[in-house]
Design a binder for this molecule. Structure first.
Ligand SMILES: [Zn+2]
Length: 125
């Protein structure tokens, strides 16, 4: 779980782009979700990269990573079955991962829908 200082630290976006930016177009990866999912995404991108051959890497692209209806959505171009299974697993994991602190959360609706732990129910970043 992330502490309050880590929650405010946005450097994970740059770090993930440094490692996995090659999966996106020339504008790099953008992460349209909270920092609590940084590990989930990092793990997903690492696993995706590991499934691809050098040749497959040339034609593969992560087109969008975002939150939708409270949970993670990751869209890819030219994914294979293994990649789609990895994406499904990450999207499922997001349903129980607080998007603020990475702690155990659940889907809440308090005016807006998000996955939050008890501590971050009303958190607005
Ligand atoms: Zn939390």
């Amino acid at each position: 779980m992330l502490n309050a200082e880590q929650v405010k630290d946005d450097s994970w976006r740059e770090e993930l782009n440094h490692k996995y930016g090659w999966m996106a177009g020339r504008h790099g990866l953008s992460f349209e979700h909270g920092g609590g999912w940084r590990f989930l995404i990092g793990d997903l991108l690492q696993r995706i990269g590991a499934t691809l051959s050098d040749e497959e890497k040339l034609d593969f692209q992560v087109t969008q990573i975002k939150e939708k209806f409270g949970t993670l959505r990751c869209y890819v171009f030219n994914g294979n079955d293994r990649i789609h299974a990895l994406v499904d697993a990450a999207e499922s994991a997001s349903e129980i991962t607080c998007d603020v602190c990475a702690g155990r959360g659940r889907l809440r609706n308090s005016g807006w829908i998000s996955v939050r732990c008890d501590e971050h129910v009303d958190y607005r970043g």
